[in-house]
Design a protein around this ligand. Structure first.
Ligand SMILES: [Zn+2]
Length: 261
C-alpha cells in the first residue's frame, strides 16, 4: 500500500492526467495486480527511471489490449504481481544470471524480476508491436518462474535443439544481422538462453500465431518446441487449451520483419 500511495503522490506532483491513471488502476484492480509508475526500492541488479505523463495513455492502451488476451483467472495463475511503468531500464547482467558475461550496465527493452515479482515495461522505448511483444515475453518469464520448483531450469528443452548448438548471450545478443535465426529458433535473441528461447516463442505464439505455424511447417525442431510450450502451459493452467490457441490464431498479426518478432 505504501508503494501505491507513493506512486499516486508522484503522479499528483507531476500533474498527470487522472483519466489514464485511473483507467490503469481499474485495470490493475480487475486483474488483481499492481501497476506503478516507477520502482524506487532496490531490485537486485535492475534500475529504472521515471516516466513522463505522456506515457500514461499509451501505457493504458497497451496494457488494456494485452491483458485482454487472458482471463482474470489465467492471469492470477501466472502470479504476476506488479507492472512497473518506467524508462531506461538497466541491468547488470553478470550478477543477475550468474553468468560470466559482460558485467556492464546494459539497457534492456523489458525485464521480469522473479524475487520482487516486478515486470518492468520501459515506455521510453514504446512502440506498438515491440511493446506488445515485450509484455508477453516478460509475462512468460513470470510463468516460467512460478511453473515449477526449478524456476527457469529446464534441461529437457536444450535437448530439442540440433546437435552441436549451444546457447550464448555473448555471441547472439543484438547480432541479428550476423547471426540470422537458425533452425529451431523463432529469433536470434531466442538463441541466447533456454528461458529466452521459450519466452520469444511464447510471445510470438501469442501475437503471430499463424506465422509461427508456417515456420513450424518448415522446421521440425521449432515444431517440437511449439508443442512443448503448449504442453507446459496446459499443465500450468487448464485455460491454455485449444480454444485459447484458436483465439490467438484468429487474432494473429502479420510479421513484417523476420528479425523483429
Ligand atoms: Zn527475456
Amino acid at each position: 500500500l505504501d508503494n501505491f500511495e507513493a506512486a499516486k503522490s508522484i503522479l499528483r506532483r507531476f500533474g498527470l492526467r487522472r483519466t489514464a491513471w485511473d483507467s490503469l488502476q481499474e485495470l490493475a484492480k480487475k486483474y488483481g495486480i499492481e501497476i506503478v509508475p516507477e520502482w524506487r526500492l532496490k531490485d537486485g541488479p535492475v534500475t529504472s527511471e521515471k516516466i513522463g505523463q505522456f506515457h500514461l495513455q499509451p501505457a493504458f492502451e497497451l496494457l488494456n489490449n494485452e491483458l485482454k488476451v487472458y482471463s482474470t483467472s489465467m492471469l492470477k495463475t501466472t502470479r504476476l504481481k506488479r507492472i512497473v511503468l518506467c524508462s531506461k531500464v538497466r541491468i547488470k547482467r553478470g550478477i543477475f544470471e550468474g553468468q560470466s558475461g559482460s558485467k556492464k550496465n546494459s539497457r534492456v527493452c523489458g525485464i521480469f524480476v522473479g524475487k520482487s515479482g516486478n515486470l518492468y515495461l520501459p515506455l521510453d522505448w514504446f512502440s506498438g508491436s515491440h511493446s506488445r511483444h515485450t509484455f508477453h515475453h516478460e509475462l512468460y518469464h513470470c510463468i516460467d518462474y512460478h511453473r515449477s520448483f526449478w524456476r527457469y531450469w529446464d534441461p529437457g528443452w536444450a535437448l530439442l535443439n540440433e546437435k552441436g548448438f549451444s546457447y550464448s548471450r555473448e555471441k547472439y545478443e543484438g547480432r541479428e544481422i550476423e547471426y540470422p535465426r537458425r533452425v529451431g529458433f523463432i529469433s536470434t535473441y531466442a538463441m541466447t538462453d533456454v528461458w529466452e528461447d521459450k519466452a520469444e516463442l511464447y510471445a510470438s505464439m501469442i501475437l503471430h500465431y499463424k506465422y509461427v505455424v508456417t515456420k513450424c511447417d518448415q522446421d521440425t525442431v521449432l515444431k517440437k518446441k511449439f508443442l512443448r510450450i503448449k504442453e507446459l502451459l496446459l499443465r500450468f493452467c487448464p485455460e491454455y487449451n485449444d480454444a485459447f490457441w484458436k483465439s490467438r490464431e484468429n487474432c494473429s498479426i502479420t510479421v513484417w520483419d523476420d528479425h523483429t518478432v
